[in-house]
Write a protein that binds this ligand. Structure first.
Ligand code: ADP
Length: 384
C-alpha cells in the first residue's frame, strides 16, 4: 500500500502580476509550504483587522521555482530528479504510474507536466529503446464530459465522440483511441507536440484549452523478461494528467463569468469528491493516525463526499462508496485513485497575493489528497 505522494510547485510572478504590484505571499521551508493572508484595512473608519495570518501545509515535496537566484530554487531538472526518476523507475519495475497536475489556470500545470522542454519527457533522452521494450502512446482530451483523440484527425462533429468502456480485467478504457508505437523518445516528443497543437487549435485563446479541458497523455510500456527461464512480460502504464483549471470546480467563479461561457467542470468536481471520500476512507482505515490539522479542519477546499455513508469515527467506520463512474475523468483514472497505481499529484500555485483564495484552496485540496492510499502491484504476465 502506498499513499498518494503530493508535491507543491510555486511558479515565478507573471508579467501581469508584477505590473499589478503583486506581492509574494507563499514561501517554502523544506517540505512545508506557507501562505500569508495580507490583511488590508477595508473599513472606512480605519479600525479594520490588519493582522496577518500564516497557514502552513506539509507535503512530500515543495518546489520553489520563483527566482533562479534564490538558493532553494527548483528548476525543471531538480523536480525531474525527484518525481521524474520516481515515475520512470516505478514504470520500469512494472507499476502503473499516474501524475496529476492540479491548480488554477496559469499556475504552471502544463509547464510542469506537458510543456516542452517538458518535465517527464525530456528532449535529451533521444536514445533508441532497448529491443526488449515496446512503447506505445495515446493522447486524449476530455471536454464537457466528452472524449477526443488528440492524435487522430477527424471531422469536428465526430471528434468528441469516443466512448468510455470497462474491460472486466483491464478496467476502464476509451474505445477506438489511437495508440502509436514509438521506437525512440524523439517520437514521443513529436506526438506530444502534435497533440498539444491539436488541443490549442480548438480553443479561442491560449489559456482556454488548459483552463477548460483535461488532457491525458498515456505511455504504455512493455518489457520482455525472463522469469525462471520462461519468457514473461512486464506491462506498465504512465498517465500524465493535465487537469482543467481548478477554478472550474468553484461554483462562484463560474457564476460570475457566465458571459465568458464558463461552466462548472463535472469531472473536476467529481475528482474532488472522489479524493475527499478516499481520504476519509483511508483515515477511517488507518485507525489512530493523527490527522493533519489543515486537512481535517472541515474546510478542505473540495466538495465533501456524499452524506450519510460514513458516519462514526475510528477503524470500524464503514467505507464510503466512491463515485468513480459519475464523471469521465474519474472513471478513466479509477485505478490511479485508490487502486493499482503509484500516484503523484503536483499542485501548482502562483506566489502572488492576488491569487490568495485560489492558492489556499489548491493547498487544501492537495493536503487532502495525501491521505489517499493506493495498492500498486507489479503487472506481470508469466509465460507470454
Ligand atoms: P496552466 O497550465 O496551469 O494554465 P501554464 O503551464 O500554461 O499554466 O503556465 C502559465 C505561464 O507561466 C506560462 O507562460 C509558463 O511558461 C509560466 N510558468 C509556469 N510555471 C513556471 C515555472 N516553474 N518557471 C517558469 N515559468 C513558468
Amino acid at each position: 500500500m502506498a499513499n498518494v505522494r503530493v508535491a507543491v510547485r510555486v511558479r515565478p510572478l507573471s508579467k501581469r502580476e508584477i505590473k499589478e504590484g503583486g506581492r509574494i505571499i507563499v514561501e517554502v521551508d523544506g517540505n512545508v509550504a506557507k501562505i500569508r493572508n495580507l490583511k488590508v484595512d477595508s473599513r472606512p473608519d480605519g479600525f479594520g483587522d490588519f493582522r496577518e495570518k500564516i497557514v502552513a501545509f506539509g507535503f512530500d515535496y515543495c518546489y520553489w521555482s520563483v527566482n533562479p537566484e534564490d538558493p532553494q530554487y527548483a528548476s525543471q531538472d531538480v523536480v525531474f530528479q525527484d518525481l521524474g526518476t520516481e515515475v520512470l523507475s516505478g514504470a520500469a519495475k512494472g507499476y502503473n504510474i499516474c501524475l496529476f497536475a492540479y491548480g488554477q489556470t496559469g499556475s504552471g500545470k502544463t509547464y510542469t507536466m506537458l510543456g516542452t522542454p517538458g518535465l517527464f519527457i525530456r528532449e535529451e533522452d533521444y536514445a533508441p529503446l532497448p529491443s526488449s521494450c515496446r512503447i506505445k502512446v495515446s493522447f486524449l482530451e476530455i471536454y464537457n464530459e466528452r472524449v477526443r483523440d488528440l492524435l487522430k484527425q477527424s471531422d469536428k462533429k465526430k471528434s468528441y465522440s469516443l466512448r468510455v468502456r470497462e474491460h472486466p480485467e483491464l478496467g476502464p478504457y476509451v474505445q477506438g483511441l489511437s495508440q502509436h508505437v514509438v521506437t525512440n523518445y524523439k517520437q514521443v516528443i513529436q506526438l506530444l507536440e502534435e497533440g498539444i497543437a491539436n488541443r490549442i487549435t480548438a480553443a479561442t485563446h491560449i489559456h482556454e484549452a488548459s483552463s477548460r479541458s483535461h488532457a491525458i497523455f498515456t505511455i504504455y510500456y512493455t518489457q520482455a523478461v525472463l522469469e525462471n527461464n520462461l519468457p514473461s512480460e512486464i506491462a506498465s502504464k504512465i498517465n500524465l494528467v493535465d487537469l482543467a483549471g481548478s477554478e472550474r470546480a468553484d461554483p462562484s467563479y463560474c457564476k460570475d463569468r457566465i458571459t465568458e461561457g464558463a461552466n462548472i467542470n463535472k469531472s473536476l468536481v467529481t475528482l474532488g469528491i472522489v479524493i475527499s471520500t478516499l481520504a476519509q476512507n483511508s483515515q477511517a482505515f488507518s485507525s489512530c493516525q493523527s490527522l493533519n490539522s489543515a486537512a481535517s479542519d472541515g474546510d478542505s477546499g473540495i466538495p465533501s463526499s456524499p452524506s450519510g455513508t460514513s458516519s462514526g469515527a475510528g477503524p470500524s467506520r464503514r467505507q464510503s462508496y466512491i463515485p468513480y463512474r459519475d464523471s469521465v475523468l474519474t472513471w478513466l483514472l479509477k485505478d490511479s485513485l485508490g487502486g493499482n497505481s503509484k500516484t503523484i499529484m503536483v499542485a501548482t500555485v502562483s506566489p502572488a497575493h492576488t491569487s490568495y483564495s485560489e492558492t489556499m484552496s489548491t493547498l487544501r485540496y492537495a493536503s487532502n489528497a495525501k491521505h489517499i492510499i493506493n495498492k500498486p502491484r507489479v503487472n506481470e504476465d508469466a509465460n507470454v
